[in-house]
Design a protein around this ligand. Sequence first.
Ligand code: ADP
Ligand code: MG
Length: 415
Amino acid sequence: MSSLWNSVLKLRPQIKQFTVPVRNLNLLEYQSKHLLRKNGVAVQDFCMIDEKGCSEFEKFNVKEYVIKAQILAGGRGKGHFSNGFKGGVHVTTSRKDVDSISKQMLGYNLITKQTPKDGIEVKKIMIAESVTIKRETYVCILMDRQRNGPVLIASPAGGVDIEAVAEKTPHLIKNIPIDIFEGVTDSMANEVAQFLEFKGPLTNLAAVEIKKLWQFFLAVDATQLEINPLVETDENKVISVDAKINFDDNAQFRHKDIFALEDLAESDPREVEAAKHNLNYIGMTGNIGCLVNGAGLAMATMDIIKLHGGDPANFLDVGGSVKEEQVRAAFNILTADKTVRCILVNVFGGIVNCATIANGIVGAMKSMNLKVPLIVRLEGTNATEARRIIKESGLDIQTAEDLDDAAKKAVANAV
Ligand code: ADP
Ligand code: MG
């Protein structure tokens, strides 16, 4: 999703209720832990089990195992499965139990406070080395819009219910703004470690981990790095036991390897298909499929459709440098949605050449059997040529005089 669309969704939250969530890269815990380990942050050893089996587990021998269902949501410890099984995080010393517990997780939906109501299917399970936890603390670094920069949030009362801590005992949470140029200094890391109630030599150990987390946050262009819990073990170690990282989509070009890890199984398939063609797909609840160029024009299109009593089913934003092939892909995505009763193309050609869009539309129409009415409004660069292309194609395309006329026709055709 482009940053422009992200901003639009922030400004117009009413759109968000109708849409799939904004697509920020979000990794599963095991992927986050691989990255953390690579950057020197202390995490436990672990191996993975999926529906294909557990070849890694055969070689993985530790005293006690933690079995953790991998989904893109937190609150797993207190969650439950669609088959009634309780808890997405289990601890056992028996290898047999690892097997039976995994079987009750794999392929079932895990429902937690943070998932949709039907939960999310578990396709992978992490088997980690258990650590004996003496204390659980909370550390999070995030980009804070209000403070225009990164903020470190810390609490000595970490664990599964940080939301309750924030609500009931806010004095146990500290927010510390970080100067982006200075970063997390030694004295700041020490102060946080002490606030987290690490004592004696553990204070320094915790401070070192906090600085590593900051270095990692910077290195990967994260927008959020949440460690809950950051634990103190009975062996006097400080370990990140759970990790949630969000990455800045605008820095994707710097982190192709990280973005390649994205598991698209939980994303809207239309959005995924659109992204493949460099298009932005925004799903909504109405029945008019809209192909537009630019987030601003999409908003105007939505307003004018609503003004005339209609409701958009979606927006496909073809952006500024669209090619014919992308228009064809856009049409395929729009028409695959069975709720779409008519398609409205609303393009204002500034950088976009309207003739390119017209050729794309004509090409797409010829190669597919479009069953819904199509209304086209093309204005701006090369609009006259575009109208000629559409007219001479002989295809059943309704053209519109202006945006108002286009919206009226779309609403009338969407019944
Ligand atoms: P979630 O936040 O999704 O519930 P966590 O990874 O934080 O998942 O696990 C929940 C709780 O399970 C932790 O707060 C901790 O008490 C316990 N736990 C998780 N991993 C381990 C481990 N490796 N060893 C011991 N206990 C663990
Ligand atoms: Mg957690």
